[in-house]
Design a protein around this ligand. Structure first.
Ligand code: FES
Length: 163
């Protein structure tokens, strides 16, 4: 066995141990639901020409965007984007999963910070604001839909940047 091969194997072993250590620490702090959404977020996407859109900056300085496609007052597609942490991603994922397929009114009633926290199995106190950010962004995107619906001509002049 060459010295280089030994070094590569050592490095691989070290990286694996480090990853296991990090995962074990995460599991102590967060539920399996949070870790799953953090690693495999659903609806993590921007949508062109959304019928409802909002961008909100949270108390920590992170921001979230929500994009809704709505037909006959029913949410047929939704996406979110955030520059925030893993728990923010998990909260955005749950908020869009809850809203997906629901009527406008159902989504408005269902998506709240409490509902997000419940579905995630809770969050540490210092992360609760991530759920509030996701719920607030969804509520404002729904309100934007209502506003656009009442003044549909304004949509022609609206530009939502999608990178
Ligand atoms: Fe900023 Fe989660 S840490 S929203």
């Amino acid at each position: 066995m060459t010295a280089n091969k030994v070094k590569d194997e050592d490095l691989e072993k070290f990286a694996k141990e480090l990853q296991e250590q990090i995962m074990s620490q995460l599991r102590q702090q967060y539920s399996a639901e949070v870790i799953d959404r953090w690693q495999n977020p659903r609806n993590f996407k921007r949508i062109e020409n959304p019928d409802g859109y909002a961008q909100v900056k949270g108390s920590c300085g992170d921001s979230m965007e929500m994009f809704l496609k709505i037909e006959d007052d029913r949410i047929i597609d939704c996406g979110f984007f955030t520059d925030g942490c893993g728990t923010t991603i998990a909260c955005g994922s749950i908020a869009t999963e809850v809203a997906q397929g629901k009527s406008f009114i159902e989504a408005l009633a269902l998506v709240s910070a409490d509902e997000i926290l419940k579905r995630l199995g809770g969050l540490p106190e210092e992360d609760v604001h991530c759920a509030q950010l996701a719920a607030e962004t969804m509520r404002r995107a729904l309100a934007d839909y209502l506003f656009q619906k009442k003044q549909s001509w304004k949509k022609l002049y609206r530009k939502v940047e999608v990178e």
